[in-house]
Design a protein around this ligand. Structure first.
Ligand SMILES: [Fe+2]
Length: 268
């Protein structure tokens, strides 16, 4: 067992119980083999994925209950098409100066399982800054906050189901899942739908990240094809010349090619 760095906001047990990366990688491989052996009967989402340790305390252990959608809508968050300002799609423009980091434009299409675009949908994003630090009281990562970057934005999809936002590339950050644990760089996404009960949450990653094989959250999705759908594509033709580089991240909300979404209580 290794010494635990005192850096991340995640909850963790005492240091002498924290496994090493080698322990964790072995556990990931073992669980993937178990799920692969189940074939088509394997759950799409391994919510009780032991290597992602805090998920064991947060995943549902009882059957879901039916909720009355109309009753829920009376007290749940709601939005109108005019509630989202255009500036919310530019995460680099929320303060008086430019944030540090690699400026980028992220575009994509939100669609259903038949490839039909989903228009007028609320897409929310949140992310760490270029140093891998969140503006959050629990984030004690010893990396600098950026006075010009908060890291949250909102966009409404257009009539073709497209969204686009400007931001900076987030940095990787450490967390206390195990010794020397680091999250691959990622952006959190929420797709709201037309009602709060339809809300879906996932993460977008960047191509070629060397931390993919090591990360228990990324690997809680046990099928490679599902993991691949969470990796954005570098989109050279969409670069904004002299301004930003572009990534494309299409989101499919249902069907066999659906983007993998987190279930209740999934990650920070
Ligand atoms: Fe995160």
């Amino acid at each position: 067992m290794a010494t635990v760095p005192t850096v991340a906001p995640e909850r963790a047990p005492a240091p002498d119980t924290v496994p090493t990366q080698a322990d964790m990688s072995a556990a990931i491989a073992r669980r993937h083999r178990e799920l692969a052996a189940l074939g088509d009967s394997a759950p799409a989402t391994a919510v009780d994925f032991a290597p992602y340790r805090s998920s064991l305390l947060r995943h549902p252990t009882k059957n879901p209950r039916l909720a009355d959608p109309e009753a829920v809508e009376l007290h749940s968050p709601a939005f109108g098409e005019h509630d989202v300002a255009g500036v919310e799609a530019d995460l680099t423009a929320h303060h008086t100066g430019e944030p540090q980091g690699e400026r980028m434009t992220v575009t994509g299409t939100l669609m259903d399982g038949r490839g039909r675009p989903l228009r007028s949908q609320l897409v929310e994003v949140w992310q760490a800054n270029a140093s891998g630090r969140y503006v959050h009281q629990r984030d004690r990562h010893a990396a600098p906050l950026d006075p010009h970057f908060t890291g949250a934005g909102r966009i409404i999809t257009d009539d073709q189901g497209r969204y686009s936002f400007t931001t900076i590339k987030p940095g990787a950050y450490p967390w206390r899942n195990h010794a020397n644990a680091w999250r691959p760089a990622h952006i959190h996404f929420s797709v709201f739908g037309r009602a709060f009960l339809q809300r879906l949450v996932t993460q977008m990653y960047f191509p070629g990240d060397p931390m993919f094989p090591l990360d228990p959250i990324y690997n809680s999705i046990h099928r490679q094809a599902d993991r691949d759908r969470l990796v954005a594509a570098y989109d050279h033709d969409a670069n904004v010349p002299e301004f930003s580089i572009a990534y494309r991240f299409d989101i499919v909300v249902d069907g066999p090619d659906a983007t993998w979404f987190e279930r209740d209580g999934e990650p920070a």
